[in-house]
Design a protein around this ligand. Structure first.
Ligand code: PGA
Length: 255
């Protein structure tokens, strides 16, 4: 079996001032400095990227962004480009988060443009996919996830997929609700994602792609998620805002 390096990412969403970023990172850096067998990332708000970039310079913690535009520059009020992000050593961009899809009109088409633009611009990406409660209850989980994958990866080559892509399965009903998916529910969809990737890119391809779980990941459930071979890490919202809690998650017990 191919070994995939676990990846734990904190998505801070619209939280933390500069001072709060400094306070958090000073604690967090110490709490994870001994971790070598995992990748760890944080995605601050754009206004904290400069500060975070300075503080993370001599650490192994990856700086991530919560979004990225598809062009390098231009008339796109309120947007930020891969060129600007790379200027601050950002390595990964989260794309297609359900909050972007729900509140800011992101579609599979705009997500795909961002994915293509980010990879072209030299970033790695974390593509978020996942169904709402209504979609799950209507039996549409697989259709939705498949559409997010096919739409998001349109025109992405297998080489780009293997080099630059992480997928995050984030059931919308589990995000910020405290109601995490069970390990079994997550594993079922992770396996479906692997089957879908293999059907697009060829059998076996998905074994080399990391798939994270996101949705109410907490210190007390991370070990359970990470104990399965199908889940390669976590995209963590609320529980990544507190340094102690995120240190515990990043130090999950390896099976
Ligand atoms: P949550 O958010 O951990 O607060 O549920 C996860 C996410 O939105 O990535």
């Amino acid at each position: 079996m191919i070994k995939r390096t676990p990846f734990i990412v904190g998505n801070w969403k619209m939280n933390k001032t500069r001072a709060q970023t400094i306070e958090f990172l000073n604690k967090f850096i110490k709490g994870v400095e001994h971790v070598t067998s995992k990748e760890i990332g944080v995605a601050p708000a754009f206004t904290s990227l400069v500060t975070a970039s300075d503080l993370l310079k001599n650490t192994k913690i990856k700086l991530c962004s919560q979004n990225v535009h598809w062009d390098e520059s231009g008339q796109y009020t309120g947007e930020i480009s891969s060129l600007m992000l790379k200027d601050y050593d950002v390595e990964y961009a989260i794309i297609g988060h359900s909050e972007r899809r729900k509140f800011f009109g992101e579609t599979n088409e705009s997500v795909n443009k961002r994915v293509k633009g980010a990879i072209k611009g030299g970033l790695k990406i974390i593509l978020c996919v996942g169904e709402t409660k209504e979609e799950r209850e209507a039996g549409n989980t697989e259709n939705i996830v498949k559409n997010h994958l096919i739409g998001g990866f349109k025109d992405i080559s297998v080489n780009e997929l293997l080099k630059d892509v992480t997928i995050a399965y984030e059931p919308v009903w589990a995000i910020g609700t405290g109601l995490n998916a069970t390990v079994e529910q997550a594993v079922e969809v992770h396996r479906f994602i692997r089957t879908t990737i293999d059907s697009i890119y060829g059998v076996g391809t998905s074994q080399k792609v990391r798939i994270l779980y996101g949705g109410s990941v907490k210190p007390d459930n991370i070990d359970g998620f990470m104990a399965t071979d199908d889940i390669d890490g976590a995209l963590v919202g609320g529980a990544s805002l507190d340094a102690e809690s995120f240190i515990r998650i990043a130090n999950f017990k390896e099976a």
